[in-house]
Design a protein around this ligand. Structure first.
Ligand SMILES: [Zn+2]
Length: 614
């Protein structure tokens, strides 16, 4: 059985740390739910890892399900930022499904004038706006502009200079709010659920078979991950302009259906894509039904436009995700749901934190399922640091992994397979070299030194480099390499999945029963007396009235519950395509998956770091 970080609700801090391991792994003990206040005593709280179940209390900053920063302490100057080589960015899931006991997102109606905004930079009023001149003027925390408070919104200040009504106004005390939008924000739209089973050969755009019938070598470029012609991107733009969001279900009965082109269509129109390789109705119907049910039930907004703002000294760099872009700053979504995350890199261009902290705000104008036009505003305040080691202490492993995965995946189309894997490892090496040069307490080069907050960086980098998108020569679904469609699927997932899903993507859970399985186990679990009696086709795991069947099904149900979706369970008799997929998930092993073992990876990283230092 693999070791699932997210699946079993296990957390990195769950078990008492064994005496300083030099090959850190996620701990596997179950985690208790933790009440997480987004700020404590007026200060930013560092979110625990994604695997910790949280009840979020909004104390003025958005919760980590909505916005997670790779850095919880922002280097103050561009010089310090460049020196530390820490990736800075945000993973944003504006419509994330709230936990049952989380603080709900309040809705505020500021009247016919609509949401209060900075006249200069258009940031929305938030808990960090300062009010001065007896409450008659306000100072924006994003650009620093002082301006009169709009008529009807002014309020006297208390002895400490706070508005007397601040605690009663959600927009002044919460990190996440829905503001009622005025008529000028109105737009007009729909969702398209398309089920595909074969290569789309006819009409326009159409695809051709592009899969090379041989295993790829490291020097082979992933050209066929580009869409088959510009028409796919044009179709996406037309769909987005018409407010149509494609939600594609690729039920691949055959070997190839050009998921890369379908992904370009889906992603360019803020759509989604689900892929069922080797689709076999008896085994896959339950999962398809569950995926469809969730697609219709999950929290979603329609006709949405989003924009990310950051405070003075910072700037927004690249954005990754599924959206349509008409202007450089606005991201358009015919529809956006709880499974759709964006990521954006942030640069430190000038001295940051003039207004005390660094701020980020993602505002999403959308239509709610009830037909209301709202602006969802998520604001995150991050403290500034001048310290080198504190910047490393404030790093967030899940967000760093999500940002690295997006950056490397986005460059994969057209790039050589080996160069993609090298890019994953080079990112880890650069960061660890900078840590050693500027922040580590020791200077002993005989050891691999890992920052406390990034202990899992080598393991997750290894897992990412072994993802099917970058893998070489590993048999999969009856083929002698990762299928091209499989690579394209992972490109889609790595670019769009919520930060909570990342750890289980690069370090996934599988269950395997080998040939030596006792007949009684086989009987109790599968109702078959021998492996031969299983038949040649993959079949779903049966539910039998035996204690073993009940226990295994209960375990799998729990994994599904934790992941928030039905997972495909299949019984794969030996020799059937798909068994290889299991072996390829053995990230820590040398056998089965391309590349070395975890120990090899640690040695290789250490050697690369020492080389760079000398
Ligand atoms: Zn402003």
């Amino acid at each position: 059985m693999g070791t699932p970080p997210g699946a079993a609700g296990a957390g990195y801090f769950g078990a008492p740390a064994p005496a300083k391991r030099n090959d850190p792994r996620p701990a596997l003990s179950p985690q208790l739910e933790m009440v997480f206040e987004t700020r404590r005593g007026g200060d930013h709280s560092i979110p625990p890892p994604c695997s910790t179940p949280l009840v979020v209390r909004d104390k003025g900053s958005a919760g980590p399900h909505h916005m997670r920063s790779t850095l919880n302490l922002v280097p103050q100057t561009p010089a310090l930022f460049r020196k530390l080589k820490l990736p800075f960015g945000l993973v944003i899931n504006p419509m994330a499904a709230p936990g049952l006991r989380d603080d709900p997102i309040p809705t505020v109606d500021l009247g016919p004038g609509g949401p209060v905004r900075c006249a200069e930079c258009k940031a929305y009023v938030n808990a960090y706006f300062r009010f001065v001149a007896d409450g008659g003027r306000m100072v924006c925390n994003f650009c620093g502009a002082e301006q009169p408070v709009p008529p009807g919104y002014a309020c006297p200040l208390d002895m400490e200079g706070r508005r007397r009504d601040a605690a009663d106004r959600p927009e002044l005390c919460c990190g996440s709010v829905d503001m009622v939008a005025t008529a000028e924000y109105m737009a007009g739209g729909g969702r398209l659920h398309a089920f595909l089973a074969t290569l789309p050969r006819r009409g326009r755009p159409a695809s051709r078979p592009r899969e090379v019938p041989r295993a790829l070598a490291d020097r082979d470029a992933l050209d066929a991950l580009h869409p088959d012609g510009a028409a796919w991107g044009e179709l996406a733009a037309r769909a987005a302009e018409a407010q149509v969001r494609p939600e594609l279900y690729c039920l691949a009965a055959g070997p190839y259906m050009d998921v890369a082109s379908l992904d370009a269509f889906a992603r360019g129109a803020a759509g989604s894509l689900r892929f069922y390789p080797g689709f076999h109705a008896p085994a896959d119907a339950a999962r398809l039904q569950d995926d469809l049910r969730w697609a219709l039930a999950r929290p979603a907004g329609l006709e949405a436009v989003g924009r990310l703002r950051v405070s003075t000294g910072l700037s927004v760099g690249r954005c990754w995700g599924a959206f349509h872009r008409r202007t450089p700053t606005d991201l358009h979504f015919p529809a956006i749901d709880a499974d759709q995350a964006l990521a954006a890199s942030i640069e430190v261009d000038e001295k940051a934190g003039g207004a005390g902290e660094a701020y980020a705000q993602f505002a999403l104008l959308y239509t709610s399922p009830a037909g209301r036009r709202l602006v969802r505003v998520h604001t995150l305040a991050l403290p500034i640091t001048t310290g080198r080691s504190s910047a490393f202490r404030g790093a967030d492993m899940d967000a760093v992994l999500a940002l690295t995965a997006r950056r490397v995946a986005a460059q994969a189309p057209g790039k050589a397979l080996g160069a993609c894997r090298d890019a994953v490892m080079a990112a880890a090496v650069d960061l660890l070299v900078a840590y050693r040069q500027h922040a580590a307490q020791q200077s002993d080069t005989s050891q691999l030194l890992l920052p406390e907050a990034l202990q899992l960086l080598p393991l997750f980098s290894l897992g990412l480099s072994k993802n099917a998108l970058f893998r070489r020569g590993v048999a999969s679904w009856g083929w002698n390499d990762a299928r091209l469609d499989e690579r394209a699927l992972w490109l889609h997932r790595l670019l769009t999945c919520p930060v909570e899903a990342m750890a289980s993507i690069v370090y996934e859970a599988s269950v395997f029963f080998g040939k030596a399985v006792p007949p009684a186990t086989l009987e109790g679990l599968l109702g078959a007396h021998s492996l031969e009696a299983l038949g040649p086709a993959p079949a779903p795991l049966p539910r039998l009235a035996t204690p073993l069947s009940a226990a295994v099904n209960a375990l799998l149900n729990e994994v599904c519950r934790q992941r928030g979706r039905l997972l495909r369970t299949r019984v794969l008799p030996a020799g059937v395509g798909g068994v290889d997929a299991f072996f390829s998930a053995l990230v820590e092993d040398k056998a089965g998956s391309a590349g070395g073992s975890y120990a090899d990876c640690l040695r290789q990283l250490h050697r690369a770091i020492v080389n760079k230092l000398s």
